[in-house]
Every structure is written in structure tokens, then in C-alpha cells.
Ligand binder design. Structure first.
Ligand SMILES: CC(C)(COP(=O)(O)OP(=O)(O)OC[C@H]1O[C@@H](n2cnc3c(N)ncnc32)[C@H](O)[C@@H]1OP(=O)(O)O)[C@@H](O)C(=O)NCCC(=O)NCCS
Length: 143
């Protein structure tokens, strides 16, 4: 497990696409560029045999910690890699004094909710609101 490097860009985007994490309203390349300007050391990749097999984009805003783009390669799921990425996220956030980690999961994604529950996460009874500040245009070469 190590911080993301620019050379990881294509394998990371491919992993996200295969994991179903790329949505039309988020340009993954722009998301990477933005993350490299804020706490880039908390953007982690898991590497095995020279290949990127896991990612986690972690951040601390001074009140809460957040994890986005948690993904494990489809052929490596169920081996504990997702749990290891989350343990490292919790360690990095704890050492920065972060009191609580939040994350958002599509409510239809029962398997991922079960994954987080197994790691001790509970469902907060809140409504998640969002407002887009910068629209990402779909890229012409996006599949
Ligand atoms: C969610 C994800 C990261 C889990 O990674 P993983 O490496 O397969 O998970 P682990 O092997 O570390 O599993 C940890 C625990 O969660 C449980 N778990 C994992 N996936 C599960 C599922 N689909 N349903 C129920 N439980 C699950 C495991 O059984 C394990 O429990 P245990 O410790 O009691 O044995 C992976 O499935 C993934 O990349 N999914 C697609 C991308 C995604 O949706 N990311 C989340 C965005 S919010």
C-alpha cells in the first residue's frame, strides 16, 4: 500500500470503471487531479505483482474524515484487501486527530453496506445533501 503516483492514473481509472465507480457526472481524471492538490498522501493504492489492485481516496476536513473511491480488483475481492485499505484510512485519519469517518454508499448497494457493517460502520440517520459547484463535462473519449 502506498500513495498514488501519476503513473498509476490509467490502471486506477480502469479499476474504478470495472468496479462501477465511474458515473457520468464525475470525470475520474479530474477527480484525481483535484485530489493531488489536497492531501495527496492520503490517496492510496494497493499494489500486488506490479498491478494496482485496490484504491482509497481519503481526506480530512478538520471535522470529519471521508473515504471515496474505495475499490478492490474484482479478481481479488474477499481476501481482506478492502478491510486493509479501510484500516489504513482509519489509521491515517486517527493520527491526524480525526474523530469520525463518514462515507456515502448508494442505498441500493446492499453488499457494500454489509462490507462496511462488518468493519464496525453504522448507518447514520441523515439525509445526504449535495450541491454541484463545478460541473464535469463528459469526456469525448469516455466509454
Ligand atoms: C466493497 C469492496 C471494496 C470490498 O472489498 P473486499 O476486498 O472484497 O472486502 P474484504 O475481503 O476486505 O471483506 C471484508 C469483510 O466484508 C465482507 N464483505 C465484503 N463484500 C461483501 C459483500 N458483497 N456482501 C457481504 N459482505 C461482504 C467480507 O465477508 C468480510 O467480512 P469478514 O471480515 O467477516 O470475513 C469491493 O467489493 C469493491 O471494490 N466493490 C466495488 C466498488 C465499491 O462499490 N466500492 C465502495 C464504494 S462506497
Amino acid at each position: 500500500m502506498r500513495p498514488f503516483e501519476v503513473a498509476d492514473t490509467e490502471p486506477v481509472v480502469a479499476l474504478w470503471r470495472a468496479a462501477g465507480l465511474v458515473v457520468p457526472w464525475n470525470d475520474p481524471y479530474l477527480d484525481i487531479e483535484r485530489k493531488l492538490t489536497v492531501q495527496p498522501e492520503m490517496f492510496l493504492v494497493g499494489e500486488a505483482g506490479g498491478a494496482v489492485v485496490a484504491t482509497a481516496m481519503i481526506g480530512y476536513d478538520g471535522h470529519r474524515g471521508w473515504v471515496n473511491y474505495l475499490a478492490v480488483d474484482g479478481s481479488r475481492r474477499g481476501e481482506g484487501l478492502g478491510a486493509r485499505m479501510m484500516a489504513e484510512a482509519e489509521r491515517l485519519l486517527s493520527e491526524r486527530g480525526c474523530a469520525k469517518l463518514n462515507l456515502q454508499v448508494r442505498s441500493t448497494n446492499a453488499g457494500v453496506i454489509a462490507f462496511y457493517r462488518s468493519l464496525g460502520y453504522g448507518v447514520d440517520e441523515v439525509t445526504s445533501l449535495g450541491k454541484r459547484l463545478i460541473p464535469d463535462e463528459p469526456r469525448a473519449d469516455a466509454p
